[in-house]
Write a protein of this length. Structure first.
Length: 216
């Protein structure tokens, strides 16, 4: 199976967790498969809270009702992908730039199911450049602080988040203590949030592998 087929296998397994109510839906290529599959069982749910304009658009084309998180209250389920994950279910997310909204929806959900192909499972986070959403005026200040933490920050040029902010991608990070690093970066003035999901990790990780589904 190619990588895209492995993503679809993982997305299919996540559909089993859909059981009514309002669900949170993330962003990215693996989630696009999930949205397409969700369309077939949309009668089961009351609607979805979306973490990005791109996912909102895709769900609308399928006729899945979009609900504002403020109106939805606590969600039973959130399904999203990841750029990296450890066996402890700590993640790096934000390759698509939707990390802040993804983190908000994850925080508002009782169960966070992460779906990915097996290539995303790593022993230490950080080989994938760590995305950090930053208020534009703080770009240089935040970049200097990231250098102190051992990263090489690169401004993601010609990209603006759905919140009107910028992304710094921190390369060369070996994130041995994800929770601590998440807190440290979040405490830098001007950071909206970091793409480390460790304070609120995934509850379930579904990996598409050549041998089928692996669930952690």
């Amino acid at each position: 199976m190619n990588q895209d087929e492995l993503k679809r296998v993982a997305a299919e397994a996540a559909i089993d967790y859909v059981d009514g109510g309002i669900i949170g839906v993330g962003t990215g290529s693996t989630i696009n498969h999930f949205i397409d599959l969700l369309a077939k069982v949309k009668h089961k749910i009351d609607g979805a809270v979306s973490s990005s304009e791109a996912s909102t658009e895709r769900m609308r084309t399928h006729g899945i009702p979009i609900i504002d998180l403020n109106a939805a209250g606590e969600l039973d389920l959130y399904v999203d992908g990841a750029d990296e994950s450890t066996k402890n279910l700590h993640l790096i997310k934000g390759g698509g730039g939707a990390l802040t909204r993804e983190k908000i929806v994850a925080g508002a959900s009782r169960k966070f199911v992460c779906i990915a192909d097996v290539s995303k499972l790593v022993s230490v986070l950080g080989e994938f450049p760590l995305p950090i959403e930053v208020i534009p005026m703080a770009r240089s200040h935040v970049a200097r602080q990231l250098v102190k933490l051992g990263g090489t920050p690169v401004w993601r040029e010609n990209f603006t988040t759905d919140n009107g902010n910028i992304i710094l991608d921190a390369h060369n990070m070996r994130i041995l203590e994800p929770r601590k690093m998440e807190q440290e970066i979040n405490n830098i003035a001007g950071v909206v949030t970091t793409g480390i999901f460790a304070i609120r990790p995934a509850d379930v990780l579904i990996l598409g592998t050549e041998e089928g589904i692996k669930t952690l």
